[in-house]
Design a protein around this ligand. Structure first.
Ligand code: ZN
Length: 412
């Protein structure tokens, strides 16, 4: 994307201000940077990246860029390893986030007449409260369920007449399966699903949409940059609209750190333009996507990125080929009889790398061998490596309310 002059001016001003903060984090990061020397997009693209590790080092409140009395809340990103990251928010940050989230609901065609059933968790992480603040800003009725207790979820959906389900893709799938099992779909009023925080395949999307009878929208976000609600897919279903008046988006080659041309897949990097509590310059999301060019058929003017294709950390190199989950979703989708759930195991066997691909199917046992062969041939044709196919029955692979890991690299 071409950087607008006003965006460059905002960033230059931001760095000038951050350099004066005495708490260490920003002063140290920008010590060698002269804001006046940032004159072009190229200058900007030479600024250092910010990574999660930098934020972790600032624990607990080193990221605060405003005086204590201006901070109204903190959130924390789920650190699977070690020290968490703490993000301080000012009142304006909380407001701006709600405003972006409200736009997301509007892009999805949700109105004040909707009843929004929120299943993502509440607490330190940004999920539930973000969905709630945006829906309240819109004027819809919020049903703040939080995760778990499937019986109660379904009962409230029925009794409260929920029209919008907010969930992670794996929890939406679990609910869809439970609703089908109980045969209560006709008692529900669900129309739309706002599904976030995970990369998910076309096939899984079709299953959830089909079983619940709803239109689905991908919501995007991360705690370090407000939280979910900084982008969403629309009815044209051609990528996700993102809010370039609040954030600046780049896509880089994760290996070299250089920006890639629009349309090419790489790692999403985000710079905040209005954030006060913890502004971030060139934050590496580790999410794989690409910038989509041209106008969206839906008419919405906000720019678009592709739905997240995977994580740079999930990208594995096997036999010299880069493989990431988004590709596997796509290719399994193209084979008749293969369901949406799969797992990939990579190990070193007999002196060679071996990829074992487990996938779910409804086909009877006697037809699975042929199906496996078809999947193997398709994988080879699309990605160029040979896998060991392992068809299993529906429900055999793990489901979770949290993020599902699909590629397990057991080589090291
Ligand atoms: Zn659109």
């Amino acid at each position: 994307m071409t950087m607008k002059q006003e965006v460059l001016d905002i960033i230059r001003e931001q760095i000038r201000k951050l350099k004066t903060i005495e708490n260490g984090f920003y002063a140290q990061r920008f010590a060698d940077i002269d804001p006046d020397a940032i004159r072009t997009q190229e200058d900007f693209e030479n600024l250092p990246f910010t990574d999660k590790g930098n934020l972790r080092d600032a624990y607990p409140l080193g990221l605060a860029a405003v005086p204590e009395e201006e901070i109204v809340r903190i959130h924390s990103s789920s650190g699977t390893t070690g020290t968490p990251v703490i993000i301080p928010y000012t009142r304006k940050d909380v407001d701006d986030w709600a405003e972006m989230f409200k736009r997301c609901y509007e892009i999805a065609g949700i109105t004040p007449k909707d009843r929004v059933h929120i299943t993502p968790g509440y607490g330190l992480w940004t999920a539930g409260i973000g969905f709630q603040a945006g829906a309240e800003r819109l004027g819809a009725m919020v049903i703040p369920m939080g995760p778990g207790n499937t019986d109660k979820q379904i009962r409230f959906m029925q009794d409260m007449g929920s029209t919008v389900l907010c969930a992670t893709s794996s929890y939406a799938l679990l609910l869809a399966e439970e609703i089908e099992k109980r045969g209560v779909i006709n008692k529900l009023k669900l129309k739309k699903g706002v599904i976030g925080s995970e990369r998910w395949g076309e096939k899984m999307r079709k299953r959830i949409a089909g079983e619940l009878g709803v239109s689905l929208y991908d919501i995007y976000g991360l705690t370090e940059i407000y939280g979910p609600g900084i982008g969403i897919s629309c009815d044209a279903d051609k990528g996700m609209h993102v809010f370039d008046d609040f954030l600046y988006f780049e896509v880089i080659d994760p290996k070299t750190g250089k920006n890639v041309p629009d349309g090419e897949i790489g790692e999403l990097v985000i710079t905040t333009l209005r954030k006060e509590g913890a502004p971030l310059i060139r934050y590496r999301t580790h999410d794989l996507t690409r910038i989509l060019t041209g106008e969206c058929p839906c008419g919405c003017k906000y720019p678009r990125i592709e739905a997240i294709l995977g994580r740079t950390d999930d990208m594995v190199k096997v036999k010299g080929v880069n493989i990431f989950p988004g590709q596997i979703d796509e290719l399994l989708h193209e084979v008749e009889g293969v369901s949406s759930e799969y797992q990939v195991m990579i190990d070193h066997f007999d002196g060679k790398d071996r990829i074992t691909l487990f996938f779910e199917t409804e086909m009877p046992a006697e037809e699975r061998k042929a199906l496996g062969t078809a999947v193997q041939a398709h994988f080879k044709a699309r990605i160029g490596v040979t896998v060991v196919p392992k068809p299993v029955s529906i429900g055999e692979l793990p489901r979770s309310e949290k993020k599902s890991q699909r590629i397990f690299d057991n080589r090291y």
